[in-house]
Design a protein around this ligand. Structure first.
Ligand SMILES: Nc1ncnc2c1ncn2[C@@H]1O[C@H](COP(=O)(O)OP(=O)(O)OP(=O)(O)O)[C@@H](O)[C@H]1O
Ligand SMILES: N[C@@H](CCO)C(=O)O
Length: 324
């Protein structure tokens, strides 16, 4: 459960006096997510999400995240909106953490997505990439090559506790990616964490995207690689080509990938797998026993990384052969 910071009813009521949202009728911590503390609030008007920003979110980045949600929603993307306080600010403070009230998005995330859902995710990702054009604020990706190296330095000497040989394997992988990481592919605002729990559906219809707290400026095709990793593998570790084809088709229908982006997919998938392996490994090694959060398995992403190393061409992800 991701409630790192608890709140008292008195503090919450006090916090809410700064907003025009009606009277609080109930609230509870949300037992999902691993990054921030989230609460579902009911008021005499509408349900709301209260988010308290935790360790991996820099306060200075919050205007980027909250402004981006407004920018995307203004351009027709379905995503939650931060609510302004009476003084116009989007951000307040509660229990010593930066805190925001966010509109409630209807829908559920899918535990067992099928290819048709992957197609919708591909479409929505491309729509987000187009809608992000013109957003004035920028934020470099703190979890790209340099960030991976920093994370790795903090975990390397304990990595073999998780699996023997990891210290050497990941060290070599980082050196490889450092030598060939693409730098000149189309750039824009990316979501950077569009996993299943961040995409809501109503029935088979995608109802919106949430959790923009890793969003940043990076290569658009890197976001596609993140989604291939998050959506197109089965629990047994195998890559599901039908899902991959559907996701890539959905994306291409809205924003066709350019040839250099297609060619770069295998290396982008390796980088993306390494990114989630590294944050999970760090959390695995540092989260205290008994903390109210479900730790995610780093080895799931190690297996994905190894799969991508075996890929010779982007066709193997499900791109049509003639387009590669
Ligand atoms: N705007 C929203 N509308 C409805 N439910 C929401 C909203 N924002 C968050 N939630 C609920 O809270 C849960 C956790 O939210 P979120 O994914 O933003 O947290 P997180 O800690 O940043 O998670 P993650 O591990 O994905 O980074 C979601 O799975 C969803 O159930
Ligand atoms: N989506 C991430 C957690 C949030 O950053 C993961 O599954 O590792």
């Amino acid at each position: 459960m991701a409630v790192y910071t608890d709140i008292t009813e008195d503090d919450l009521r006090d916090f809410l006096t700064q907003y025009d949202v009606g009277e609080l009728t109930s609230y509870k911590g949300i037992a999902e997510g691993v990054e921030n503390s989230n609460f579902l609030l009911h008021t005499t008007r509408e349900p709301l999400i209260l988010t308290l920003y935790e360790k991996r979110v820099e306060r200075a980045d919050l205007p980027f995240f909250l402004g981006l949600m407004q920018h995307l929603a203004d351009r027709g993307l379905s995503c939650p909106l931060p609510l302004p306080r009476r003084d116009g600010a989007l951000l307040g403070e509660l229990s010593g953490r930066p805190a925001a009230l966010i509109s409630f998005l209807e829908g559920m995330w899918l535990r067992k997505p099928e290819a048709k859902h992957c197609r919708e995710v591909g479409r929505a990702l491309a729509q987000m990439h187009l809608a992000g054009e013109g957003f004035q604020l920028t934020r470099p990706n703190a979890l790209s090559l340099e960030g991976w190296k920093t994370l790795w330095e903090k975990s390397a000497d304990r990595a073999d506790e998780v699996e023997a040989g990891l210290e050497e394997e990941i060290g070599s992988e980082l050196a490889y990616l450092d030598s060939c990481w693409p730098r000149d592919l189309p750039f824009g605002v990316i979501h950077a964490d569009l996993f299943q729990d961040n995409v809501f559906f109503l029935g088979d219809q995608l109802s919106g995207l949430i959790d923009f707290y890793f969003a940043c400026n990076d290569m658009l095709a890197y976001d596609v690689a993140i989604c291939l990793n998050a959506w197109c593998f089965e629990k047994d570790g195998s890559y599901n080509l039908t899902k991959g084809m559907a996701l890539l088709e959905g994306y291409d229908a809205v924003r066709p990938l350019a040839e250099p982006e297609r060619d770069a997919l295998p290396v982008l998938c390796r980088g993306s797998a390494l990114r989630f392996f590294l944050t999970r490994l760090y959390d695995w090694l540092t989260t205290p026993e008994g903390a109210l959060v479900v730790k995610k398995d780093p080895l799931e992403y190690l297996r994905k990384l190894r799969f991508h190393r075996s890929i010779a061409s982007s066709v193997e992800y499900g791109l049509p052969a003639e387009a590669v």
